[in-house]
Write a protein that binds this ligand. Structure first.
Ligand code: DQA
Length: 146
């Protein structure tokens, strides 16, 4: 099994950025925990962060024809804006879980809508960094029909 974790814009600042919303864990520490959890299950995990919509779309497009079984994605601000990234995920048709550290529904109105949720296998939000680990547990232990 192979899993790709995608982190959107500003998530490279985790640990420093608005800790009340996003916690104190850095992106590196989150990726390290995910990698350890995947390794324990004998699964390959790649993590990729970008502040650029074009790079994220490109990364998803490259998956066409590759054996990636699951994507875990926190599209960050692109959650609320990016039809392009949504369309890329729809194009490659790889099952994905949408993760947000904060509870986007308890925040500003503009964060309540996601361009991804209706396509996602599931959505986890508000559980902080643990949300990624819970999503990975699901991805490891579930076979989704595609
Ligand atoms: C976020 C929530 C988004 O609204 C925000 O733009 C982010 C992070 C989260 O993980 O809580 O950058 O996706």
């Amino acid at each position: 099994k192979s899993i790709l974790v995608l982190h959107g814009p500003n998530l490279n600042l985790l640990g420093l950025r608005e800790p009340a919303h996003y916690g104190r864990d850095t992106l590196d520490s989150i990726n390290a925990k995910l990698t350890a959890q995947a390794a324990q299950a004998g699964i390959t995990l790649e993590a990729f962060q970008s502040n650029s919509e074009a790079e994220l779309v490109g990364k998803v497009q490259q998956l066409a024809g590759k054996r990636v079984d699951f994507i875990i994605i926190n599209p960050a601000a692109y959650t609320h804006t990016s039809i392009a990234l949504r369309d890329a995920l729809a194009a490659v048709a790889i099952p994905f879980i949408e993760v947000h550290l904060s509870n986007i529904h308890a925040r500003e109105q503009f964060r309540h809508h996601s361009y991804f949720s209706d396509l996602a296998v599931g959505v986890i939000c508000g559980l902080g960094a643990r949300g990624y680990l819970l999503a990975l547990d699901y991805a490891i232990n579930t076979n989704v029909e595609t």
